[in-house]
Design a binder for this molecule. Structure first.
Ligand SMILES: *Cc1c(COP(=O)(O)O)cnc(C)c1O
Length: 389
């Protein structure tokens, strides 16, 4: 129904959601769905998390928007706690993942200009990466299917390097390289893991050539992989991290963290956005950060992910190939001859929300605080549905 009047750029399913409880959603007909999707890795604390609802309501009563001629008390508090928790020196708030990466690219271009002039303009991203839907982030996205001819011309100065390719590290970076951006676990690309040793070596080579290193943590950031930031686990110590999706538990927020050589590059006037740092989103971000920092929370994310992966593997279902992931970012390859989208549709019918990624992968990104009983209920739907093909 809704998809007929709201622009259907998403090829949306004909389901109109009404409300959610915990990690369970209900549509307008009262049908129940276990949520293994979390609004594409956004609703990290589920759908009616009381402290989140309270904090946003309280902030709405206090002040909904403060323009960036000023700072807001809530925004300053969030920035302070965020920097302390992540060991970064500065933060820029935006409103989405695409915007976050745009900010990162602008910072990289300016850094390149200041440290090599007109020549140092190139930003490297990884093959099969995904960085967003704006023109620059589409260009940066390392998948040809995202570059149809009708959006051309694309933005200049982007190149790709093949992840986990050791030879490519030797030949890619030089005095024209401004930055290397690594998507820590490729989400849209199919839940592909990056070898930490390769990420560290690539970062080292890029830095040796005079570039800065950035992490796209729009999907991996804020607990998704079982760490506050996935780049901490990979160990390549980026100067810039972009984030969005889960950061504010469902409110639109994105941004970049920066430190070291990337700190001090942006000056007043270089980059702005009207809604950036919205206090409602910052109030929500404070709740998310507080939850993630509770003892055992992130370990719980790792354990739940491990459990889901091992359960799926234990079924030895003929329709499932490799199962992989980190924390609660899980990919299960669907074998050739069966389409992951068909599986996704059948799961929706049977009351489980999932998504697809890459060539033919079922992607599971449930809320980070999903309960054991909801996990088991969801897995049961998945197991039974897979048996029907
Ligand atoms: C979702 C995503 C983006 C784009 O975020 P939007 O909020 O949709 O603009 C960028 N990078 C990665 C890794 C993502 O998963």
């Amino acid at each position: 129904m809704g998809s007929k009047i709201v622009v259907n750029n998403y090829g949306s399913f004909d389901v109109t959601m009404a409300y959610g409880k915990g990690s369970t959603c209900y549509d307008v007909n009262g049908k129940k769905y276990i949520d293994f999707l979390a609004g594409i890795a956004v609703n990290c604390l589920g759908h009616d998390f009381k402290p989140l609802v309270d904090a946003v309501s309280k902030q709405a009563e206090k002040q909904i928007h403060v323009c960036n001629y000023f700072t807001s008390d809530t925004g300053v508090e969030f920035a302070e706690k965020l920097l302390k928790a992540t060991d970064f020196e500065g933060v820029y708030f935006g409103n989405s993942g695409g915007e976050a990466n745009e900010a990162a690219f602008k910072l990289a271009r300016k850094y390149g200009f200041l440290n090599g002039g007109e020549k140092r303009r190139v930003i490297y991203t990884l093959e099969s990466s995904f960085h967003g839907r704006t023109l620059a982030t589409l260009t940066a996205t390392g998948q040809e299917k995202f570059h149809p001819p009708y959006f051309a011309p694309y933005v200049q100065g982007f190149k790709t390097i093949k992840p986990n390719d050791w030879e490519a590290i030797k030949t890619s970076f030089d005095d024209t390289t401004a930055a290397l951006m690594i998507e820590c676990v490729q989400g849209e690309g199919g839940v592909n893991l990056i070898d930490p040793k390769w990420a560290q070596a690539a970062a080292q080579a890029a830095r040796k050539a005079g570039a800065i290193v950035m992490a796209d943590e729009v999907q991996t950031g804020f607990g998704r992989t079982g760490s506050l930031l996935a780049s901490d686990e990979l160990g390549f110590e980026p100067e810039v991290v972009s984030f969005a999706k889960g950061v504010a538990g469902g409110l639109p927020m994105g941004g970049i963290l920066f430190r070291g050589k990337a700190n001090g590059v942006f000056k007043a006037g270089d980059h702005q956005s009207t809604f950036a740092g919205n206090p409602l989103a910052c109030a929500a971000g404070l709740v998310v950060l507080n939850e993630l920092q509770k003892p055992g929370f992130l370990e719980g994310v790792k354990e739940k992910g491990e459990y889901i992966r091992s359960q799926i593997k234990s079924w030895k279902n003929k329709n499932v190939g490799e199962v992989r992931g980190k924390g609660l970012m899980i990919g299960a390859d669907i074998v050739e001859g069966l389409s992951a989208v068909e599986v996704e549709k059948k799961l929706l019918e049977n009351g489980l929300l999932t998504s697809t990624a890459g060539k033919n992968t079922l992607r599971l990104v449930p809320p980070l605080n999903i309960s054991q009983s909801e996990i088991d209920e969801g897995l049961e739907i998945l197991r039974k549905t897979l048996e029907t093909f």
